[in-house]
Design a protein around this ligand. Structure first.
Ligand SMILES: O=C(O)CCC(=O)C(=O)O
Ligand SMILES: [Fe+2]
Length: 458
């Protein structure tokens, strides 16, 4: 209990209907589906199928591979000779551990490809699939990262692609046409997995497909993935980091997609929730634990505003926001810091808080108390247990109490690497994937009921 909230025994007649309405919104949120990856093949021509590489870092001797004709193992062996062993990131260091990653790599300073990803049109497909629910004028900036070669026995175990900035959202892998078997890219998301069998797309009945084509796959880079063992031949890949471009064009480039049936179901259940006078009668917020993870810096004095993430949500996270917005609910991405019953015997902190920024880690207790109670933060109040007194005087520099109903389970902010997040394709560059929440602000019943139209469309 604190100055502005009172413990109130839940009125059973009210709790039941609210929980039922909320349960329906949760169910329809969990049924939303959106692409997490997309893939295809792309034919190469004599002006796009060549690759040049420097044989060593300190000479101008170069090699040339033409992927529009079958490339033999001797030429691929020569490429391997030019490569270095590929390392990977474990926490703050780059590690060479062949049991985790066995492959060769070339940095971009050592090779040049004729294939131009922007001209290929491939990014338009990626945009349509992975940025489908974002602002349609958002452009993709694809930065070539590495060339990788996997020979027999090569593999790369489960990892996330190391975040490099808050603008990085995805990874693109291009597999060039060479005869090989194995080396599938396996993506894992919650309990599901999806396998990209590029070797099968590149060959048919023991010979290369015609016209010679590359295989490509793009996915959100916080999705766990691995390259399975290559059984025979050589698998050559180019990897790109995908960013939101910082210079969006003035006019939308892509048309807004038609709403999906699951969107209409979520919108209808949300509308029923908002139309009930029992739900957050004095206003409050709905909370959604975000499905994807987002890059933040949570180290030392660097902190990061979550606001831009609100415009850069991925897949179903973006869809939830779009539906809330269509019902007039303003949405914000927040970090949830839950200190209930923990560390402090101080009423000012003994609560869960929503913050608009990540906070530096490793600070003192006294600092946390002040920081959590700073005026930009929200203090979470469970409307089933407590009531906010709208007339109670507010003290300055206090977090604002907000009655909050969680639609989908909340995520506590994790901005430091945990064991499952620690493996990357490079050492930690000061950015971490954070688990965040989306908050939709709900006006009081009196205010919102005038705005909810029975004929509202998504
Ligand atoms: O070469 C590939 O298929 C992708 C490897 C990978 O996951 C990475 O480099 O991060
Ligand atoms: Fe990767």
């Amino acid at each position: 209990m604190s100055d502005t909230t009172q413990n109130t025994p839940p009125v059973q007649d009210e709790v039941g209907p609210v929980k039922e309405l909320l349960g329906r919104v949760r169910e329809s949120t969990e049924k939303l589906a959106a692409s997490r990856h997309c893939s295809g093949t792309h034919a190469l021509t004599e002006t796009t199928g060549g690759l040049a590489y420097r044989k060593t870092s300190n000479s101008t001797d170069a090699g040339w591979l033409d992927f529009t004709n079958p490339v033999d193992d001797r030429d691929l062996n020569a490429l391997v000779q030019a490569c270095d062993q590929a390392t990977f990131g474990r926490g703050n260091e780059d590690v060479l551990d062949l049991s985790y990653r066995k492959a060769w790599k070339l940095d971009t300073s050592r090779f040049s490809t004729q294939f131009e990803v922007v001209k290929s049109g491939l990014l338009d497909v990626v945009h349509d699939e992975l940025l489908r629910f974002n602002d349609s004028s958002l452009k993709i900036d694809a930065q070539l990262y590495k060339l990788n070669v996997y020979g027999p026995g090569s593999h790369f175990k489960s990892h996330l692609d190391t975040p490099r900035s808050d603008k990085m959202f995805g990874s693109l892998v291009i597999i060039l046409p060479t005869m090989h078997s194995g080396g599938d890219l396996i993506l894992r998301f919650k309990e599901t997995s999806w396998t990209f069998e590029s070797s099968k797309l590149l060959s048919s009945k023991g010979s290369q497909v015609a016209p010679p084509s590359l295989a490509w796959v793009a996915f959100y880079s916080d999705i766990e993935h691995e390259v399975s063992v290559v059984e025979s031949g050589y698998r050559v890949s180019l990897t790109y980091n995908l960013y939101y471009a910082t210079d969006p064009p003035l006019a939308p480039l892509f048309t807004q997609p038609a709403p999906l049936p699951e969107e209409a179901t979520l919108k209808a259940s949300l509308k029923d929730l908002l139309a009930s006078p029992l739900v957050l009668p004095d206003g409050g917020a709905l909370g959604f634990g975000l499905t994807f993870k987002y890059p933040v810096t949570g180290v030392s004095t660097k902190d990061i505003d979550f606001k831009p993430i609100t415009e850069h949500l991925k897949g179903t996270d973006a869809l939830v926001k779009r539906i809330c917005n269509s019902l007039g609910l303003e949405c914000h991405v927040k970090g949830l810091y839950d200190y209930r019953g923990k560390y402090f015997n101080d009423d000012r902190v003994n609560a869960a808080y929503l913050t608009p920024r990540s906070l530096p880690v490793g600070t003192t207790d006294e600092w946390v108390i002040d920081e959590m109670n700073s005026s930009g933060n929200l203090r979470v109040v469970d409307p089933f247990k407590q009531k906010i007194d709208p007339n109670a005087p507010r003290r300055r520099n206090r977090a604002t109490p907000v009655a909050l109903l969680w639609v989908t389970p909340s995520n506590k902010l994790v901005s430091v690497p945990t064991a499952s997040l620690a493996y990357g394709n490079e050492y930690n560059l000061g950015w971490y994937y954070a688990k965040l929440v989306l908050i939709a602000l709900v006006p009081s019943f009196e205010e919102r009921i005038t705005r909810i139209e029975p004929t509202d469309k998504v």
